[in-house]
Design a protein around this ligand. Sequence first.
Ligand code: XBP
Length: 259
Amino acid sequence: MRRLNAVLWDVDGTLAETERDGHRVAFNLAFEALGLPWHWDVARYGQLLGITGGRERLQHDMASRSDAPATARERLMLAEELHRLKNHHYAEQVRSGAVVLRPGVVQVMGQCAERGIRMALATTTSRVNVEALLRVQLGSRWASWFEAIVCGEDVRHKKPDPEVYRQVLAQLGLSPLETLAIEDAPMGLAAARAAEVPVVVTRSAYFDNAIFDGAIAIGPGLHQRQGWRPALPKAEGAPIGLDDLIDWHAQMDCVSQSV
Ligand code: XBP
């Protein structure tokens, strides 16, 4: 039987609903702060999530706006200024309690720590945002939970490119099949699969109805056993635990075709 040695966590959407309630709100506050009449509502931001990376998302949006700066260089400079402001507001959102970890996440992290399953973060977001979220949610020693932390600025190509997962695997010294990623978005799934990492999908607000091809399990979140594919034996009120991840990982060849 294949052994699971490490759980690789995506951050935005997977650890917390950071996109809708955190980054989106913070981008809008940044637009306001610079006196720009721009606003990303929930639906528009959902479309923009197809572009990973905050600066990249801003530049993509500006490219189709008649009231944005004319040259690519000016748009880049404005994107950088907005991004700095956005990150500041994001940290405030997090500190105010507007964004918290999704239910079940800390429990599974605790089980990994207790049972010697290594953990890593594989994210497209900037380190400053990971730090802001996890310092509040896991405490000042948050980084010691993870043996590798690879963020947006550490890679040349963001998800769906597999670079972030390849870097995590190299830092852990593990082969992909010894690990399992937890992701919420098709781009994240694609990144992990391209690095041959098996993936469990916990659906998030923005990707509730998205199609996920090639995951070993898909469900509504780690907090409940109902609604998962493959179906789980009922255990009234029980959340998903590390044993479920280990089972899915062990059976991955049988289940990835069928979920
Ligand atoms: C999510 C992203 C990020 C965030 C914003 O990454 O695509 O761009 O929306 O973060 P993941 P920055 O799901 O891999 O955690 O503004 O720091 O880029």
